[in-house]
Design a protein around this ligand. Structure first.
Ligand code: BV8
Ligand code: ZN
Length: 242
């Protein structure tokens, strides 16, 4: 399944960087954005995950996030997350750059995790920036409001919003210094996250894609592994690290 070249490179690699998307959490039961089990078929993520939609129809956007918060509160990391946490202990420098907001990498034990698109377990008031935990607001039927009257939003990056500067710059550095760069469970269509594999490749990384199907990135990857990340990653550990 894995080329000898890849096994040799991975064994020798000091610096490994991993970009993950919704696909790595699919086997934990988190619906992906664009797959057949896509979130809320009638809407595209771009239509709901944006500030204007939230201001125009806060109750609809809240209903979508409340539904996802409930799913995420009931799920656990899967074998793919745990395999990455194990790999972190083997390489000198190992960074995970995730587009996911489900906090599953940290819950699986990964230490260096950059969250490009925020974290659904955190919320804040759009007027006074007061922070709120999910427990404080999850029972609200309508879009929850702060005592100051402001709407409370999830602490995630919506379309058209900047990524958190510190997370983005650390992710670019981790991509530029990677000897091996994995792109796992992402359709590689959302920017600027989707530009990281090419940043890594341009600075000499061996790019490995793990996905159920080929994506926009596949033709530029050095190795394309088709299958479930929850199955491929544990196999990689068995074959690669002895
Ligand atoms: C910004 C948080 C600019 C919220 C998300 C036109 C052209 C190019 C770009 C743009 C454009 N118009 C607008 C843009 C920019 C826009 C963008 O890229 N749009 C795309 C849709 C064209 N980007 C932005 O707006 C970003 N901000 O650019 O700011 C700026 C500049 C200056 C000043 C001000 C602003 C912000 C983007 C962040 C949006 N927020 N999420 C929330 O989650 O609610 S994005 C959302 O999509 C998720 O974060 C998700 O991670 C991301 C990407 O989706 P994937 O993770 O890839 O998931 P997907 O379902 O697509 O794919 C799953 C994959 O897994 C599939 O390939 C499937 O085959 C695979 N899979 C499934 N199961 C498995 C599996 N693989 C392995 N194993 C399995 N078991
Ligand atoms: Zn407030």
């Amino acid at each position: 399944m894995f080329s000898q070249q890849f096994i040799t490179k991975l064994n020798r690699a000091q610096t490994v960087t991993v970009l993950t998307g919704a696909g790595i959490s699919a086997e934990s039961g988190v619906p992906t954005f664009r797959g057949t089990d896509g979130l809320w078929k009638k809407f595209r993520p771009e239509e709901l995950a944006n500030f204007d939609a939230f201001i125009k129809n806060p109750d609809l956007v809240w209903e979508w996030y409340k539904y996802r918060k409930q799913i995420i509160s009931e799920i656990k990391p899967n074998a793919g997350h745990f395999a990455l946490a194990k790999m972190e202990k083997i390489h000198k420098s190992f960074s995970i750059v995730t587009q996911n907001i489900d906090n599953l990498h940290r819950r699986a034990g990964s230490k260096t995790v950059y969250e490009l698109h925020g974290n659904i377990e955190q919320n804040y008031c759009i007027v006074c920036y007061n922070k709120f935990s999910n427990e404080e607001i999850i029972r609200s039927e309508k879009a929850p409001r702060c005592s100051c009257g402001g709407l409370i939003r999830p602490d995630v990056v919506w379309f058209g919003e900047m990524l958190p500067e510190s997370q983005w710059s650390a992710s670019v550095m981790a991509s530029e210094s990677a000897e091996i760069f994995f792109s796992i469970g992402t359709s590689a269509v959302v920017y600027p996250a989707a530009s990281l594999p090419m940043i890594a490749k341009r600075t000499g990384a061996y790019v490995v894609e793990i996905n159920l199907e080929r994506t926009e990135l596949s033709h530029q990857a050095d190795e394309v592994l088709i299958g479930k990340s929850g199955e491929i990653l544990p196999k990689l550990i068995d074959v690669c690290y002895h």
